[in-house]
Design a protein around this ligand. Sequence first.
Ligand SMILES: *[C@@H]1O[C@H](CO)[C@@H](O)[C@H](O)[C@H]1NC(C)=O
Ligand SMILES: *[C@@H]1O[C@H](CO)[C@@H](O)[C@H](O)[C@H]1NC(C)=O
Ligand SMILES: *[C@@H]1O[C@H](CO)[C@@H](O)[C@H](O)[C@H]1NC(C)=O
Ligand SMILES: *[C@@H]1O[C@H](CO)[C@@H](O)[C@H](O)[C@H]1NC(C)=O
Ligand SMILES: *[C@@H]1O[C@H](CO)[C@@H](O)[C@H](O)[C@H]1NC(C)=O
Length: 345
Amino acid sequence: MIFPVFILFSTCLYHVAIAGRTCPQPDDLPFAVVTPLKTFYDPGEQIVYSCKPGYVSRGGIRRFTCPLTGMWPINTLKCTPRVCPFAGILENGNVRYTTFEYPNTISFSCNPGFYLNGTNSAKCTEEGKWSPELPVCAPITCPPPPVPKFGILKAHKPSSGNNSFYRDTAVLECLPHYAMFGNDTLTCTVHGNWTELPECREVKCPFPSRPDNGFVNYPAKHALYYKDKATFGCHETYKLDGPEEVECTEMGNWSSLPSCKASCKVSIKKAMVLYQGEKVKIQEQFKNGMMHGDKVSFFCKNKEKKCSYTEETRCIDGTLEIPKCFKEHSSLAFWKTNAWDMELC
Ligand SMILES: *[C@@H]1O[C@H](CO)[C@@H](O)[C@H](O)[C@H]1NC(C)=O
Ligand SMILES: *[C@@H]1O[C@H](CO)[C@@H](O)[C@H](O)[C@H]1NC(C)=O
Ligand SMILES: *[C@@H]1O[C@H](CO)[C@@H](O)[C@H](O)[C@H]1NC(C)=O
Ligand SMILES: *[C@@H]1O[C@H](CO)[C@@H](O)[C@H](O)[C@H]1NC(C)=O
Ligand SMILES: *[C@@H]1O[C@H](CO)[C@@H](O)[C@H](O)[C@H]1NC(C)=O
């Protein structure tokens, strides 16, 4: 009868021993997983620690068996993130990053004049590779510049084959008789196109009419065009009011249309006046009349203070207004003092 008792006893004992020595749920390790994961393990059961995807350990996986003591051995497994290849430099651009480890993302931007060929960010994958692939900063280029109808390219140097780089310029010009509407300078933009093209339009000016008391010269042609010139002149004793040479503008009119202004007869018989800073005898200085625009200053008396002051007047198209304060003495009134002989007030 001993045998069955022994069996019973030893089974009992075995169960007691096992019940007291199960292993607890193993400690969490950063970035590692345990398989199988349970709340307790019987002695002899095995667990495996391995790193999560994207993390690696130097020694690889760790295998443990639950010992009879019920205490897991000390685990020295260390899972560290995978590191992607160095990507801290982008030629002609910038990289923003914290680290190159899984699962970080780095971002890219290009310097002015360059564009990002690729995506503006990349992620370090579980496999330790950048995804998507790293971009490059490629120079912005513009195709050869367009030329408007009736225009020509005046100055342009392609800097890359037939293409131009960002901020390169091209200068345009219109054919003779054509005026430009818009900017003559094209600039290669960040979009890889040129700034707005100007327009070349044919511009005609009417024949300028002859001024009264003068003449006008212009090219003997059927029509006068943008930039054509006309010159004006006046008959003797008349003075041109405006420039001698005028030009046909892009508005289709002349830059100016001068006229001829008459000279002034001097009605005063005798007086000293200021002319160009000098005291002159008006009747001698302007024997042949004053030209349009000529200025003189007459002397007038301040009777109370017994001194003189000056007042300016000007010949305007045949009319010289004598200042009211000026008094012309009869040549017989020799005892009167002339204003121009008195001291200035
Ligand atoms: C842009 O990148 C693609 C792929 O890397 C390449 O085939 C292409 O030539 C690049 N373009 C420029 C203008 O660099
Ligand atoms: C520039 O353009 C001309 C004419 O279209 C062509 O013959 C030449 O091969 C081009 N040069 C380059 C560098 O692309
Ligand atoms: C013409 O364009 C250039 C650049 O494209 C600019 O610098 C310049 O000021 C413009 N000129 C006028 C008159 O708008
Ligand atoms: C250049 O391209 C940009 C972007 O496509 C567009 O907005 C702009 O109007 C273009 N400029 C000209 C002058 O065509
Ligand atoms: C030419 O015509 C334009 C528009 O019609 C006008 O604004 C301008 O003043 C004219 N110029 C002259 C010198 O008459």
